[in-house]
Design a protein around this ligand. Structure first.
Ligand SMILES: C[S@@+](CC[C@H](N)C(=O)[O-])C[C@H]1O[C@@H](n2cnc3c(N)ncnc32)[C@H](O)[C@@H]1O
Length: 234
């Protein structure tokens, strides 16, 4: 589809705001790569003046405008997420599979929450083992993309929200986070608060960062397993 904008310009450089185009037009069409120019003479009030009706082909302008706007919004959303918590760096499927197998073998009894779910890779891996999975992602673009990618998987739900404001469902058994050093203890405190609320301990897997105030149960490479809440906390 092509879009055009029309502009009247007189030879003297005066641009009428509401030009009347009544009258006969003696059209000589000259074509330029970027736009079409109609030379026209209009009658009545404007008679005697020689007007050019410039028809700009703005199709490409609109396309560039939309692309530019998308890029600016995407950069803004990624920066916003990076300031709020960890920046977007996805985990790899093979590493995740090994980590779950070594640290916490998932089953269909589990509900895993990925705090900051990015492109949804952790959710996808968790459901391979039959678990249900919820992703909480602050970046609307990533939340939307992962929803689109994983829409056929009925065991996955993705919520676009700041995870610090998210209330875990009572059946939550495992929480995964690939956070950052600044926030990892705050994330563990959130898990502890939610575990207390739902009344049972939650297994917490932290990718890349150890908690400063708790001992992990197991380690696999850079993944650490904790049990948070309940009587046997450690
Ligand atoms: C390092 S990435 C991890 C992505 C995914 N969990 C994985 O392991 O592949 C961290 C993600 O957390 C998201 N995030 C950061 N702070 C957040 C917050 N407060 N609430 C929800 N999501 C957040 C970022 O947008 C980013 O997608």
């Amino acid at each position: 589809m092509a879009y055009f904008s029309v502009k009247l310009v007189s030879r003297e450089g005066f641009e009428p705001s509401t030009p009347s185009l009544r009258g006969s037009c003696s059209n000589q069409l000259s074509y330029r790569p970027a736009h079409l120019v109609y030379h026209t003479k209009v009658s009545a009030f404007w008679q005697g003046l020689d007007w050019r009706v410039v028809v700009y082909n703005t199709s490409m302008d609109i396309v560039w405008f939309i692309l530019g706007a998308i890029v600016i919004i995407a950069v803004f959303l990624f920066l916003l997420a990076a300031f709020t918590g960890a920046p977007y760096v996805p985990s790899t499927v093979a590493e995740l599979e090994k980590a779950f197998e070594n640290l916490y073998p998932l089953s269909k009894k589990d509900l895993l929450i990925d705090l900051g779910s990015g492109d949804g890779v952790v959710l996808r891996v968790a459901t391979k083992y039959g678990a249900k999975a919820i992703g909480v992602e602050i970046n609307p673009l990533l939340a939307w993309l992962s929803r689109m990618r994983l829409r056929k998987n009925t065991n996955i739900r993705i919520i676009c929200k700041n995870f610090f404001k998210y209330n875990f469902p009572p059946e939550t058994s495992v929480v995964y986070a690939f956070g950052d050093s600044r926030d990892i203890d705050k994330i563990a405190a959130l898990v502890a608060k939610q575990a207390q609320k739902i009344g049972h301990p939650i297994y917490f897997i932290s990718n890349a960062f150890k908690l400063s105030n708790r001992h992990y149960l197991k380690q696999h490479r850079a993944y650490y397993l904790y049990k948070i809440g309940g009587n046997n906390e450690d």
